[in-house]
Design a protein around this ligand. Structure first.
Ligand code: HEM
Length: 439
């Protein structure tokens, strides 16, 4: 079968099969040529040298249209300065503040579910993670209504981004309705965020627990380091990089718990056993929820939300003994690496216990690429993990859930690796807080 047909029909199968062909495999689809790094050690080498293997390729070109040169898409020459300025916003103390926002929003979602009423976990988790991120980034500047609008614009932009990352540039220029919606939503989102930055500069308020305060507080990053446009680029970047990824991880974790009732009961027992009632699960409880955390890690292994990333060589080089010319696109796939039996025995089995501290063969750190690796690894790793564990624990404290017959958990490999159409039916638990209508 032609590679282009396989790529369209079964991209995950295609990438998994490449592992048998060697550590560095050429991929050709029409005029597009790339080298796929299939070996975890070699992927580690690629990610360790971000000067030679810089950000580039179709996905990053599209993301850059939206995020400018924010942290996720900027070239190597801008990266170290940006990362240094942004790192304090992700300190332990700051993350503890952000997780308070997440716990409140997670409890609100759990309390809004109703006995027997079908839930679309991906849609709910997207609204939750985006809302949490907007609030943690600039609490106070936007009203709840503006947050809802920003979340809707962000959804439109994200859907459009999927299409544009896989299609050539030209269709994006055709002024069809979807294109206009995409552009308008992108422009409005940027304008909203630019307004937030301008207002904060004007007021000079930096005392909050939010990310923007962290970036502007004297003695931390020193907001003087970023101009207004750059700050706006960073806020858009965090929205794009932080909300879809965490929501998709949560949707998969919810699916895997629905598929394995025994595991779901064990997670519920862990939450109950710690005396957590669901309303009050917060950052300090995270260390007491190892199985919940391992379930999130295993969901991230099994279906990593970012399943494929690109780099472009800035100079001619040699990788795995093979000469690679300058300007060549290289692809690394966390999904492919996470399904290699050498690193993960029985890789098609969903097994959170492989991450347990007492497990005999804990997976090697180098073979876990859900958050990337090296200098360009995820700055939001601790925040994303904390958020996912808190939300899953909160849901498990309140509810049991099963998957409905019309639910379809087929993975769809677009920009992220989403489930096709998940539907679950919640049942209130005997233990934990039985949700009542809130005044
Ligand atoms: C479960 C949730 C998350 C997953 C799976 C995830 C995954 C990733 C991956 C794989 C990369 C590296 C991409 C590459 O190598 O090309 C990355 C980078 C990044 N992520 Fe995340 N991410 C998550 C949550 C977050 C959150 C919550 C934020 C921010 C609020 C965030 C912000 C970023 C940024 C800014 C970068 C670029 C870092 C740099 O280049 O220095 N991510 N993420």
């Amino acid at each position: 079968m032609l590679t282009s047909v396989r790529l369209a029909r079964d991209p995950l199968g295609l990438f998994r099969s490449l592992a048998a062909e060697g550590p560095l495999v050429p991929l050709r689809v029409g005029p597009f040529k790339a080298l796929v790094v299939t070996d975890p050690e070699l992927a580690g080498e690629l990610l360790a040298d971000d000067r030679t293997y810089d950000k580039g390729g179709a996905l990053y070109d599209r993301i850059r249209e939206l995020t400018g040169d924010g942290l996720v898409s900027c070239p190597h020459r801008q990266h170290r300065r940006q990362r240094r300025l942004l790192q304090p916003a992700f300190s332990r103390a700051r993350i503890a503040g952000y997780t308070e926002v997440v716990s409140g929003r997670a409890a609100a979602v759990a309390l809004a579910w109703r006995e027997g009423r079908p839930v679309d976990p991906l849609a709910e988790m997207l609204a939750l993670t985006t809302g949490s991120l907007v609030e943690t980034m600039f609490a106070g500047e936007l009203t709840e209504r503006q947050i809802v609008l920003a979340v809707a614009d962000y959804g439109t932009v994200l859907d459009g981004l999927y299409v544009r990352a896989v299609l050539p540039r030209v269709p994006a220029r055709i002024p069809v309705a979807a294109n206009r919606r995409y552009r308008r939503a992108g422009a409005r989102l940027r304008a909203t965020l630019a307004g937030v930055v301008a207002e904060r500069r004007r007021s000079g308020w930096t005392a909050g627990n939010d990310l923007l305060s962290a970036l502007l507080a004297p003695g931390e990053s020193g907001g003087a380091g970023f101009g207004d446009r750059e700050l706006c680029d960073q806020l858009v970047t965090f929205l794009v990089a932080g909300s879809e990824t965490t929501a998709v991880a949560l949707a998969w974790a919810i699916h895997f718990l629905a598929a394995d009732r025994e595991l779901q009961r064990r997670v519920q027992a862990e939450v109950d056993g710690r005396g957590l009632d669901g309303r009050a699960i917060g950052g300090a409880d995270l260390a007491r929820l190892p199985l919940t955390r391992n379930t999130v890690l295993e969901a991230l292994r099994y279906y990593p939300p970012g399943w494929l990333f690109s780099r472009v060589t800035m100079r001619a080089t040699v990788l795995g003994g093979q000469a690679v010319p300058a300007g060549r696109t290289l692809l690394y796939s966390p999904y492919l690496v996470h399904h290699r039996p050498e690193s993960y025995p029985d890789p098609e089995r969903f097994d959170p216990d492989r991450w347990a501290s007492e497990a005999r063969h804990r997976p090697p750190r180098s073979a876990f690429l859900a958050f990337g690796a090296g200098a360009r690894s995820c700055i939001g790793e601790q925040l994303g993990l904390a958020e996912a564990v808190l939300v899953l624990a909160t849901l498990a404290a309140h509810w049991e859930w099963t998957e409905l017959p019309d639910s379809d958990a087929t993975p769809v490999a677009a920009v992220s690796l989403r489930p096709k159409r998940l539907r679950v039916r919640p049942t209130a638990r005997v233990r934990g807080v039985v949700p009542a209508a809130q005044p």
